[in-house]
Design a protein around this ligand. Sequence first.
Ligand code: DAH
Length: 335
Amino acid sequence: MDKNIEQIKKEALKELKAASDPESIKTLSVRYLGRKGLVTQFLRSISSLPQEKRADAGKKANEVKKLLDTAFKKALKALEATPAESDDRIDVSLPGRVVKRGSLHPITQITQEICDIFSRLGFDIAEGPEVETDYYNFEALNIPKNHPARDMQDTFYISKNIVLRTHTSPTQPRIMEKRKPPLRVIAPGKVYRCDSDLTHTPMFQQVEGFLVDKESSFGDLKGILATFIHKIFDDQTKLRFRPSFFPFTEPSAEIDIGCVMCRGKGCRVCSQTGWLEIIGAGMVHPALFENVGYDTRLYTGFAFGMGIERIAMLKYGIDDIRKFYENDLRFLKQF
Ligand code: DAH
């Protein structure tokens, strides 16, 4: 071993300075620190030195080995961190990448709009469970077992006494039980019926509304619903009340609006009648008040329920309810 370690170190550092790409640094590293590298060879040769020089030479050689190793690694890292010149330039004239924004589902938008309108009329917003007991879905609403009205709503049964709620009306007895009048509540949510075609999906959404107070009349119901219809459609929308039947209201009515498509002239959407049925309503049946422990001599109330998809379909001119639940972005993007 003719070169001393100081000399090896000097040469290595000089060569490193001249190296300009990762490849040549790696080659240098092998040349000095590899298995047959110059530093390695020097270390091996120490055993042939006279006894008194070994310790000192070994110490120095190890220091150089460490120093070079660090220097090579550092140089390599610095080169890798600096991108090649061509990647470095930014073309400030390029247009930015457009980030696509999502939007609320049309049904969510309509639900919020409906809740906003009723909020301004003093109604609280509440919710009830979608998995419901037979009691709240039927019994408490004056629909006893074997009542023909149960056939109106093809029910999904979870077990003998548990169902997927077929309407939002069970929120009425649930909330009445928990609170005391005066009550003004609006309760939107999903409901389920075993039914599927152009105008029915097995899951759809309803809004339930009800008011209980010492003095509440059919006239109040009419005023509230007229205000609502004029806000959600427009001031020109006509409305009519038709006698109907629901077990949980007496008297009961169905509310039609003048067809928003043909303005009453008669078209396919309104089956040439000029009218569209959109809300079920009535004065709360005393049996319901008895079920929740309200004094029927003190309190009266009214209730109403409507399908949200139906309102969205009429508002946006959509003819197939299934479009809301197919997740077709071309459809959803329009809202
Ligand atoms: N629950 C009824 C249905 O799903 C709609 C309804 C009718 C709700 C009359 C009411 C009401 O609150 O008073 O068909």
